[in-house]
Design a protein around this ligand. Structure first.
Ligand code: NAD
Length: 503
């Protein structure tokens, strides 16, 4: 099903204008459920990025900066209300571009609304501190915006990943340039409609579509940006980090994962099986925090696996618009990659219990919910992020072994544990090398729960009030106040060694 032409903007959005790309080239975005082309989108390049960064700079130096925090908050609340009122339209477009079930897209757009509400509420509470230096000084800090923030996002949660960093960046007073993923550029462009309708200062929100090696690279290397928030793969994250080093600018990296779901014999096995299936098969396994490694207590392995297999086989696949349980993978390239990993698993000697390429689909990138058993921790399917509906099962004999296996990863994004033993759960939370731990429910948490990874899963945290640190810098101001008090020996030594200079 194609989108009505009115829904799609085949232009870049810079300084509140829809513009063609300077390259004059376009690329096609495809509905992964049907393989039909949805639209041709500008293939932006360095010149376009340059214009977008200049537009953001003008907004930052001009009208946007002059708004009071309260007015900025009011504007972000308006974005939230406008998005909420058009939730269905955005959700349908997201489903068309990604293939994800419509209900799933609705939930993701609801989360986008929440990001704007949450950070609108924070916009007038970004305050500093006073530092006690005694009666002769006033020392205070101010949290200032950085300026122009760059946001490069992936395709798995297209608008969600934009809003997660855009909302706090704008709340703190920055102006933004966004580069959506080439597979799914439509909703980031559509969001621009709201900024136009709300009469946002031109340049506050800019979107340059295009390929990673072109528009993405040009944005991450641009000398005019003041920070970069990158969400995507480790490999690209490294390139972004190198580019940031050149101009010495702050970076937030939200990268991949190979997160464990650890199941102990004492938990509610039926509930845990539901959660394990949800943890890996939601969004066709295309979540950075997908619970892609299942670690089962050896004493319950067979019966528990039976339950998970049953759930995997019950999952109904289909085109996102038809409200299935699970949609296709995002693109042909990714489809081949995931099928490649299934082949790797079979070759490595793991045993595929169910899944593989989905049958009954002539078109679309469908992979069935897949489960491998007899996986060893050193196998590629236990170590590498597949980013598809593929679960690798390992078993353990003790709590110590469970933690060892869970930590045997270069990633450290999320981890889940299922047990009724609160002491064990809290020991696990303390020992696990992961930035986000969920006890007895997978994918729990909210806008206020900081999200991000240990090890190669990234640098920095998003969500919550702590994310405002990514988009502000601290200025310390120290004032000498009052009359100089009489001193016993006000010699030159005192003047040369001021007490307020610690470093
Ligand atoms: P990717 O790294 O291929 O692409 C991500 C973005 O980077 C895209 O917009 C792409 O165009 C751009 N890009 C590519 N090469 C670039 C370059 N050289 N310079 C600058 N930008 C470049 O990742 P992907 O395949 O789109 O996304 C999947 C990955 O994202 C997975 O590893 C997943 O775990 C991760 N992810 C992490 C989080 C998180 O919060 N930690 C959330 C979602 C996805």
């Amino acid at each position: 099903m194609s989108a009505p032409a009115s829904e799609v903007h085949p232009k870049l959005f810079i300084a509140n204008e829809w513009r063609p790309s300077h390259t004059g080239q376009t690329f096609e975005t495809v509905d992964p459920s049907t393989e039909e082309v949805i639209a041709s989108i500008p293939r932006g390049g360095a010149e376009d990025v340059d214009e977008a960064v200049s537009a953001a700079r003008e907004a930052f130096n001009g009208p946007w900066r002059r708004l009071t925090p309260e007015d900025r908050a009011r504007f972000l609340y308006q974005v939230a209300r406008s998005l909420e009122s058009r939730l269905e339209e955005f959700a349908r477009l997201e489903t068309l571009d990604t293939g994800k079930p419509l209900q799933h897209s609705r939930n993701e757009i609801r989360n986008c609304v929440r990001y704007f509400d949450y950070y609108a509420g924070a916009a007038d509470k970004i305050h500093g501190e006073t530092i006690p230096l005694g009666p002769n000084y006033l020392d205070y800090t101010v949290r200032e915006p950085l300026g122009v923030t760059a946001h490069i996002v992936p395709w798995n949660v297209p608008l969600g990943m934009v809003c997660r960093s855009l909302a706090p960046a704008l709340a703190a007073g920055n102006a933004a340039v966004v580069k959506p993923a080439e597979q799914t550029p439509l909703t980031a462009l559509k969001l621009a409609e709201l900024f136009l309708e709300l009469d946002a200062p031109p340049g506050v929100y800019n979107v340059v579509t295009g390929f990673g090696e072109e528009a993405g690279r040009a944005l991450s290397e641009h000398p005019g940006i003041d920070s970069i928030t990158f969400t995507g793969s480790v490999e690209t994250g490294r390139a972004v980090l190198r580019a940031a080093a050149e101009h010495v600018r702050p970076v937030v990296l939200e990268l991949g994962g190979k997160s464990p779901q650890v199941v102990f014999a004492d938990c509610d096995l039926d509930f845990a099986a539901d959660e394990v299936a949800k943890g890996i098969y939601s969004n066709s396994g295309q979540y950075c925090d997908a619970g892609s490694r299942l670690l089962i207590d050896g004493s319950i392995k067979e019966p528990f696996l039976e339950k998970v297999i049953e759930r995997a086989r019950a999952i109904k696949l289909g085109a996102g618009m038809d409200e299935p349980d699970m949609g296709p993978l995002v693109s042909e390239e990714h489809f081949k990659r995931v099928l490649g990993y299934i082949e790797v698993g079979n070759k490595e000697g793991a045993r595929m219990l169910t899944g593989g390429r989905a049958e009954g689909f002539e078109r679309g990138y469908f992979v069935a919910p897949t489960i491998f058993d007899e996986v060893e921790s050193n196998m590629r399917i236990a170590q590498e992020e597949i980013f598809g509906p593929v679960l690798a099962t390992l078993s353990f004999g003790s709590e110590v072994e469970a933690i060892e296996i869970a930590n045997d990863s270069s990633y450290g994004l999320a981890a889940g544990i299922f047990t009724r033993d609160i002491d064990r759960a809290l020991r696990f939370a303390s020992e696990i090398q992961a930035g986000y731990v969920m006890i007895n429910e997978y994918f729990s948490g909210g806008m206020g729960s900081p999200f991000g990874g240990y090890k190669q899963s990234g640098i920095g945290r998003e969500r919550g009030l702590i994310a405002l640190d990514n988009y502000t810098q601290i200025k310390n101001v120290v004032v000498k106040v009052g009359q100089r008090l009489p001193r016993r020996s006000a010699g030159i030594q005192d003047a040369l060694a001021p007490i307020t200079k610690p470093g």
